[in-house]
Design a protein around this ligand. Sequence first.
Ligand code: HH2
Length: 272
Amino acid sequence: MGVLNVTPDSFSDGGRWLDPAAAIAHGEQMITDGADIVDIGGESTRPGASPVDEAEEMRRVLPVVEALAGRVRLSVDTRKESVARAAVASGASLINDVSASLWPVAADTGAGWVAMHMPADPSIMQEHATYDDVVVEVRDYLLARAEKASGAGVEEIWIDPGIGFAKTAAHNLSLLRHLDVLVGTGWPVLVGVSRKSFLGRLGRAPLGPSDRLPETVATTTWAAVQGAAMVRVHDVGPAVMAMRLARGTGRCGEGPGRGEGRDAAGGNGREG
Ligand code: HH2
């Protein structure tokens, strides 16, 4: 899943693709680089980001969805029902929902749905980075949402731990270390680590977002080999290589519809 942020303020590429022509060209480049899905977003959800009104979000996103529709699978990265509906009507077939609340729209429209873990609004979420057991709490939250969506008739459901959303670096690393717990639920897992700030503190001198490619590739490969079925990245070419490697080792996760043996209790828990 290639990231296409049509925003002025995204944490790593804010402003670069705000012009629709630039956004469309970037989307085309990601298709050439091997993206299976292009994820189009018009609102940053970085820590402390201010919300965008729905007319502005649609103005950013819809022309890009319309231009790329039919050329690659499209997802819309939004928390707003109206934006999700309009994007699906314009050609998106996956709703990437960091609020994990838009399953009724997916049920209504027949679109797929990504449920991501984010326990509070981005403007205040870092105050909520407290957990007794981050892995179990994230798993239970995502399982509950996925089961609601499934009960409502959504056929394609992905779960995503929300790396960097109300999480400290230690929480992010713990979720990556125990990714098998999410994979063990049987729901296909999406992971987005690309350029995130905890990568800038993994060992090299503090790094800016666009200098975090080696760390992004390393953690993306880790996620894929642990069973993530999809990764969300800004730099598509290196991630395609990571996924090919994971597939080659036989460790890469399966997409939706193949989650036989799903276990309501969350499958292979860490202690089990
Ligand atoms: N991360 C971001 C945005 N959307 N969606 C999913 N499913 N998983 C993620 O980890 C995720 C996401 C944040 O990255 P980015 O879009 O580059 O930044 P911004 O929110 O500042 O636009």
